[in-house]
Design a protein around this ligand. Sequence first.
Ligand code: ZN
Ligand code: ZN
Length: 305
Amino acid sequence: MNRRSFIQKSALTFGALTMAQQKILSALFTKGSTAAPPPWMFHMMTDKVGVFTERGGTIAFLLDDKGLVVVDSQFPDTAPHLISELKKKTDKPIKYLINTHHHGDHTAGNIAFKGLVKHVVAHENSKKNQKRVAKNNKNLDKQLLPDRTYSEDWQAYVGDESIAMHYFGPAHTDGDSFIHFENTNIVHTGDLMFNRRHPFVDRSAGANIKNWIKVLHKATKRFDSNTTYIFGHAAEGYNIVGKADDLKKFSDYLEAVLRFTEGEIRAGKTKEGFLKTTSFPGQGEWKGDGIVRPLTAAWDELMAK
Ligand SMILES: [Zn+2]
Ligand SMILES: [Zn+2]
C-alpha cells in the first residue's frame, strides 16, 4: 500500500478532516515531494459505490453506466469538489440527488447541483423542514429543494442498482431516511447514526429519542447482517462506515441517555444541575464534546410528557 492510499484509507476514519489534519497531510506530501492531496476524501467502497467527506455529513454516491446517484450534498463550497471528482470518473448524468434529511450540513450544497441533476428526492418532512428553516433564515433562494418526496417507501432503478428509501418515524428529526443501495447492500443512515459521537437531537424539527431507538431496531430488522452502513458523522478516529453492531451500540447508548435522565428527574435534580453532567453510566464509547446535546433533548422529551 503506498502512502497516498494509506493516508486516504486512514482518512476514512474521520467524519471530516479538521484544518489541523489537512495541514499535517499537506506537510507530509510536501516533504515527500509528492503533490499535496486535496482537503477532501473521495473513496470507492466497491466498483460502483463510494463516499466523499470534507466538511459536514458524509456523502455517498453511485456510479453506474446508466447514470449517477448522490446522497447528501454538504455545503455550497464543498459540493463542487465532489462534482469535480465525479466528472473525472464519468460524463454520465446525475439522475438523483437524495437528501437523508434537511440539515444544512447535508442539503446546503444542493444548490451546486442546480442544472446538473434531474431530480432531488427526500422524505416529505425533510422538504417541509428545509423550506421552513430557509424561510426563517431568509435564504430560500440559496436552496435547491426536493422536487420528489415520499411518505413511507420510495424506490428507483439506475442501471443494475435498485435504490430504496425508507422512513421509520421521527428520530434525529421527523424526516430522516435510510437510503439502501439494494444490490450492493450498502445503506446510508444520514444522521440516524452518530458513530461514537454525541448526537444532535433536533427537537425543533420533531426529533424523538425514544422513537429513535425503535427506528434503529427497525433498520437492523429490515436490512441484514451483511449490510454495510455509511454514517452521517463519526468521532475522530472512528469509521464513517460500519455494521449492524454499531447501530445496536448506538441504540444502547440512546437507551442509557433516557434511563439516566429519567433517574435524575426522579431524584429531584434541577435542569441546570443535570446539564453539568460530564458522563453517565452506559455511555460506552460515546465520549468527547457535546454530551449536553442529548442530555438537554432527553430532559425536554421526558418533561414534555
Ligand atoms: Zn449532520
Ligand atoms: Zn442532522
